[in-house]
Design a protein. Structure first.
Length: 113
């Protein structure tokens, strides 16, 4: 069993909220100003800023400030630990299902004899 990875926990926490996932989807196309990200959510700016801080703390986005304009950009490689963990889990469960399938086939074969 893998050890508890605090970075992975931060990533899953950040990805757990639909508003934050929506923001990431929007940023996948191109960097955007905070006000542009806030518009479609229907949330007040301070609430959006809290969502952005969670995403930034997890390393999923970066922000830059030019005067009064704050721009956000996605950091795609930040999702690599999530992808790796999910791939590991998939491999574990596929191996378990393969063993179960082999067991069931063996039981069926023995019952036919």
């Amino acid at each position: 069993m893998t050890k508890h990875d605090p970075d992975l926990s931060l990533l899953f926490h950040a990805l757990a909220d639909p508003t934050r996932r929506s923001i990431l989807t929007r940023l996948a196309g191109t960097p955007a100003r905070v006000t542009d990200l806030a518009g479609p959510t229907g949330l007040r700016l301070p609430t959006v800023m809290r969502h952005l801080s969670v995403l930034e703390e997890a390393g999923l986005i970066t922000t830059s400030k030019d005067g009064r304009i704050r721009t956000c950009a996605i950091v795609p490689e930040a999702l690599d630990p999530v992808r790796t963990w999910l791939d590991e889990q998939r491999a574990i469960w596929e191996a378990r299902l393969d063993r179960l399938d082999a067991f069931v086939m063996n039981v069926m074969k023995e019952s036919e004899e």
